[in-house]
Every structure is written in C-alpha cells, then in structure tokens.
Design a protein around this ligand. Structure first.
Ligand code: FES
Ligand SMILES: [Fe+2]
Length: 465
C-alpha cells in the first residue's frame, strides 16, 4: 500500500508542517534529482564555504568545492576577503589543484602561478605575467586574463558564505531570524577544537538529516536514556529550522531546558553532571566544555539535597561562568528568553548544522560527492571559546567513521545513515512518515528544496485512509 496523499493542496505553510506529511525518496536516490541540485540549488543558494580562522593572515587561502565547482577564498588585506573561481583563464587548469581525497586545500601565497604554463596573478586576481604575450596580437586585456571573482561573499559569526548568483538576496535576508537568535552566542569568538571529515556512503541529505532531530535518541543512542528525556520540538524559521528539547507537560519547561546544557533525570545535582559528562565524553568532547563538566561535578558538594532544578541550573551556570572568567574566557550575555528560543540545534539551509552553547558549538556540513547520489563528503567540527592565544592548532583530519575516531554517539549516527540510504531503495518502503512535531526541520528543508527544484520532492499532506 502506498501512502495516500492530498495531491491538490497548494504550497505548504509553516502551519502545514505540523500536520502528517510525506516526501518522496527520489531526493536521496535519484541521479536526476542530484543533477537538478547541481543545476538549480548549489549555484543559487548562500552556502557556508569556510571559517575566517581558516585564513587568518594576508595571503592565506582555502578552497571550497561544491559539486563540479571550485573556488579559492583568500585574505587580501587585514580586513578583506576575496573569492575567485579556481580556474586559470588560459586553458582552464585549476589554479589550486583540489584532489578528490581532500575536503579542502589551504595554504599561503604572495601571488598565484598556474602550474600549466605559468600565467601569474596577484592577490587581487589581476594577471601579472603571461609568457610570450605578444603572440596574441594584442587581443588580451585585463578583463580576459584576470581571475573571475565569485559573485557574492559575506561573513556571519566567523563563517564565510558565498553565493554564485549575481543578483541574489543579501546574506542577512537569507539568514532572517537566525541572526537575531544565534548571534548572541558569538560563534565568531570561538575557534576550532577539532575538525574531521569522511567520504560516507549515503546521500548528503540522508547524512545531514541524521542530525536534525533528537527523536532518534531513544532508538539510536539508548545509553543516553538513563540520563535524560529526549522529547523534542522542531520548527521552521524561513528556510532554516530549530529543534529543542520539549516537555509534554508545559509546566516543566524552563529557559534552560530546551538546549544541551540542561538537567537530567532524578536529583538534578547529580544528574546534571552525569548528563553533561556522558554527552561530552561520547560526542568526541564536543557539545560542552571541560569548564561546564567540572562545574557540574561540584554541584553535589556545593548544593544541599533537594535544591530545585532551576536553582541547580542557575548555580551551575554561575560557577562555570566564574571559572571561565578566571581563565580569561568571558561568556556572552544571553537572556533566558534568548536561551529558550535558541533551542538545541539549528539547520541552516541547505547543509549547515549548529548545535550551540555559550562557549561551544558542534557543527556539521555535508556536500554531495561527485555524481553519485549514494555518497557524500561529511564534515564535523567542534568550536570552543578559548583564552586569547590558547586556541589549539588544528587541521582537517580524514577520520574513518568509527567510535574510536568520532566517539560513540557519532558512530551510532553513522551506523544509521548508510542503512537508511539502503533501506529507502526497498520496493517495500511505502514512503517517509516524518514525525509532525519533532521532525519539522526535515519537512521544512524538503519544502524549500522542492521550491528551488521546480517542485521535485514536494512534501504532501497524508490523507486518512
Ligand atoms: S592553463 Fe594556466 S597557464 Fe595555461
Ligand atoms: Fe544522533
């Protein structure tokens, strides 16, 4: 039996996302859909290409590849970043070679010299050297021989975004409410703690969607169930979406209870520590910090038995904040309302995920790999706020998707992704049945993808049968 759908419904509203919906699996499996993403999505959307900390000094560059496109992002002055298409105007060699076994290439240059015939370019992209130029009989000029600038580049909270369409909306219009809600967390003050990547055998959306909802915790991360409850909400903010922990009983909600730094089950003095420690140690030392875990450990000594949850949380935050201040890490001011609205984790259209805290973030980005809908480039990195000058020096590391390399929780997520990709191919799969309360981020993403991809993959309301 296939899922009965309402095929006459117009475009879905935000409210419709709270109703039972289904979306087709073509989005994950079909080569035709992937080709349309290459044609209609990636050339037209803002996308996160790098972080400013990737190119701290003048002349530092980093490549960003998306499908067949490659660009070079370079710091040309203390406060100026430029991006060029990664191609030499002579006969089309990539200016910086980007092999398939690297997720990006980084380096420092005073000028670019093409490896094929040695044409040269300064950091402004101007051609400054052509061997035997007179052979062209005077037709070469500046605009024929310079590097092609990428149409749009902007930055937000330490991330560099690009858009390849000339007259696109601004980055700030694209981000919408995301800026208001997340910029108080000051991700621009955070630095990489670690960064890892892998080529993984599933569609890029199968991968990113594995990190869009905590609904899977009860089935996947069963070891976490003794520490907390994982009922969650999920909701759209324009193209983007947020999820957070939820209480079926509204009277149990606190401003702190939607995010990752929250109380666990039972005596909050003990459970807060157990939950924080368990998360931290099994998510590859991300999604919290040493300071937070150590301050949580002291709660049992510092507070009397029976201290209400809200007071335990307030004490935990105050003592961690003081511990951090003592070592030169100043927390951003975040009101309880901001904390509550910010929830647990954000998905920025189309492929960026941020699980945030006051002094940390755990982030993902996933891109297609070649022309294979069954493969992706999966990247994850932890950010943390460090005392000035104490940031660790990190590089991208290729890491096989195992528990040793990524921690137990991420390995459990990996163990689903490959088999979701396989399962969706089964003749016996009737179609997706996403949770209308807890998985709206996913249906929202497919709603917007369908709009960009001329209706392909449109989610539909499920009719009662
Ligand atoms: S292709 Fe670059 S110099 Fe010839
Ligand atoms: Fe997970």
């Amino acid at each position: 039996m296939s899922i009965p759908t309402d095929d006459n419904h117009g475009p879905l509203s935000d409210e419709d996302l709270a109703k039972p919906l289904t979306y087709p699996v073509d989005a994950f499996l079909s080569k035709e859909y992937l080709d349309k993403e290459k044609e209609l999505l990636w050339p037209n959307t803002w996308q996160m290409a790098a972080r400013l900390e990737d190119i701290p000094r003048i002349g530092d560059y980093i490549t960003y590849n998306i499908c067949d496109e490659s660009i070079v992002i370079i710091r040309t002055a203390e406060d100026t970043i430029k991006a060029y298409y990664n191609v030499c105007p002579h006969r089309g060699r990539q200016l910086i070679s980007t092999p398939d076994d690297q997720n990006c290439v980084r380096g420092r240059k005073k000028s670019f010299v093409c490896g094929f015939h040695g044409w040269q370019f300064n950091l402004e992209g101007e051609n400054i050297g052509i061997l035997d130029e007179e052979d062209w009989q005077g037709v070469l000029n500046k605009s024929l021989t310079c590097l092609t600038p990428v149409e749009n580049l902007d930055t937000w909270m330490g991330w560099i975004y690009v858009n390849f369409t000339k007259d696109c909306e601004s980055l700030s219009e694209f981000l919408g409410d995301v800026d208001r809600i997340l910029s108080p967390f000051q991700f621009d003050k955070m630095r990489y703690k670690w960064r890892q990547w892998a080529v993984y055998p599933c569609n890029w959306k199968t991968a990113i969607e594995a990190f869009m909802e905590p609904y899977h915790v009860a089935g996947t991360h069963t070891q976490l169930l003794k520490y907390g409850k994982y009922y969650a909400y999920s909701k759209p903010y324009g193209l983007h979406g947020v999820s957070g922990f939820d209480e079926k009983d509204a009277s149990q909600k606190t401003s702190q209870s939607t995010g990752v730094a929250r109380a666990g089950l039972g005596d909050p003095r003990i459970s807060t520590y157990e939950l924080a420690r368990e998360n931290y140690e099994t998510v590859n030392y991300a999604a919290s910090t040493d300071t937070l875990v150590n301050a949580a450990k002291r709660l049992q000594d510092e507070l009397p038995e029976g201290t209400p949850v809200a007071e335990v949380m307030a004490h935990w935050m105050a003592s961690a904040k003081a511990d951090d201040a003592a070592r030169g890490v100043i927390w951003p001011e975040i009101t309880p309302e901001q904390q509550a609205e910010s929830g647990l984790a954000w998905s920025l259209f189309p492929n960026q995920t941020i699980l945030h805290g006051r002094t940390f973030a755990l982030c993902y980005r996933v891109r297609p790999y070649g022309d294979d809908p069954n493969k992706c480039i999966f990247e994850s990195y932890a950010l943390e706020r460090y005392p000035e000058g104490e940031e660790p020096q990190t590089e991208w590391v290729y890491a096989e998707p195992s528990s040793e390399k990524w921690g137990m929780v991420l390995a459990q997520d990996f163990a689903n992704m490959e088999f979701v990709q396989k399962g969706m191919k089964s003749k016996g799969f009737r179609g997706t049945l996403p949770n209308p309360h807890q998985e709206q981020k996913i249906t929202n993403m497919h709603r917007h993808l369908a709009r960009v991809l001329e209706g392909r993959g449109q989610p539909k309301l499920i009719k009662k049968s």
